[in-house]
Design a protein around this ligand. Structure first.
Ligand SMILES: [Zn+2]
Length: 390
């Protein structure tokens, strides 16, 4: 016992004095977070309905997640399920994707978030965290990291951290004996923001409850999380405390935790209003950059830019403004793109406007509301959520 305490103290000192400087390779990968992917995934998450733990929609979401990982190239051996039952007869599954580390293959950085929802489709709570974990897994798939990474999608969160509790107590520990060595648990929950709010900061949550032995290290990692947010995203940071989400069962077992939560709370969580129309996809995109930057730091990703790095979609730099728009919508594209198509659809997919090569779009005839603007060029596309408001 005493030995363990001493060890913790030494590593804490190491973390506290670990200088964090900007790494270009980390920034380049953070910039590969795609607004189009985020927006599309938030919409797909909404379309699966209310994903109450144990429901058919909950299983649909699990299969949707598995299909995503398969499409990124993760193998069957990397994808595993953790089934659990609670309340007598409610059954669901956590989904775990493992990427092996180079130097410390048996020590894990966990990035996690829940995919179950209650009452509404849960686009912010927690389609937002879910989409970011997927983007991180896509971008880092072939990037060597010193520590192993587990991308985990928990279910049963809304009923009382049932899925994460099962994982922490039955996989990480078995009969109170530790089976998995965890460096850090980084949880993302409700980072969707509310459209119209000034979503320019993120809450960085450290452990200030439960066991006290792991609090100082949690604070040290959370300060690193805040530093990474500043280095790799345009967001500001607000230090906060961790509570009521999937990191808590790990905390109770002595593990070190940190997390992201939206700074200005929408209060749409657990209601029918937690929809795509009400979230701020640009905020999710920015939180995604911060998360990909921080995950690379926590898992110690290679700083060398190599052939493994995915090529960013040049269309992703497209800008559509002002937003909200009143009369004219301006389209700004990379210089090499001359021929493009622009489509405006409503949220049910109905085509409202279609234009070739127009950089100033007259939207004065479009009814107030939320729309999707899709730009297509060279077999690539970029999707932006726009609001028409007169
Ligand atoms: Zn949540």
């Amino acid at each position: 016992m005493k030995k363990l305490t001493t060890l913790l103290f030494i590593s804490l000192t190491t973390y506290s004095f670990q200088a964090q400087s900007f790494i270009q390779a980390y920034k380049n990968r953070a910039d590969q977070v795609s607004q189009t992917n985020i927006t599309t995934m938030l919409q797909e998450f909404e379309s699966m309905g209310v994903k109450t733990t144990g429901s058919a929609a909950n299983t649909t979401a699990l299969n949707w997640l598995k299909t995503k990982y398969q499409s990124y190239g993760y193998t069957a051996g990397q994808i595993s399920e953790d089934p659990f039952t609670f309340g007598g007869n409610i059954s669901s599954k956590n989904l775990i994707i493992t990427k092996q580390g180079t130097t410390y293959p048996n020590t894990y950085v966990i990035i996690c978030g829940h995919y179950d929802t209650v009452t509404g489709p849960g686009v912010s709570d927690n389609g937002s965290g879910t989409s970011i974990i997927l983007e991180a897994a896509r971008i880092l798939k072939d990037i060597p990291t010193q520590y192993s990474i587990k991308f985990i999608h928990f279910s049963g969160e809304e009923q009382g951290l049932e899925g994460s509790g099962h994982y922490a107590d039955n996989i990480v520990f078995q009969n109170n004996v530790r089976q998995l060595d965890i460096r850090l648990v980084f949880n993302l929950d409700q980072v969707g923001g509310k459209i119209g709010n000034n979503n320019n900061a993120i809450k960085c949550e450290s452990d200030q409850s439960g066991l006290t032995s792991n609090d100082a290290q949690s604070l040290a990692f959370t300060q690193q999380l805040a530093n990474c947010t500043t280095l790799y995203s345009p967001l500001g940071t607000v230090m906060s405390n961790a509570y009521s989400s999937d990191y808590i069962p790990f905390e109770q077992n002595g593990d070190i935790i940190t997390g992201f939560y939206e700074n200005i709370r929408s209060h749409n969580e657990h209601t029918i209003n937690d929809t795509f129309a009400n979230v701020d996809p640009t905020y999710v995109f920015n939180v995604g950059k911060a998360a990909v930057g921080a995950l690379q730091h926590f898992a110690v990703a290679t700083t060398v830019l190599g052939t493994h790095d995915a090529v960013a979609n040049s269309l992703e730099s497209v800008k559509i403004y002002p937003n909200p728009a009143k009369d004219i919508l301006n389209v700004e594209l990379p210089n090499d793109i001359k021929n493009f198509n622009l489509e405006i659809t409503d949220l049910s997919g109905r085509l409202i406007l279609n234009k070739e090569n127009g950089k100033k779009i007259n939207v004065s005839g479009i009814t107030n509301g939320t729309y999707l603007c899709t730009i297509k060029a060279n077999n690539k596309k970029a999707i932006r959520k726009i609001i028409i408001e007169k």
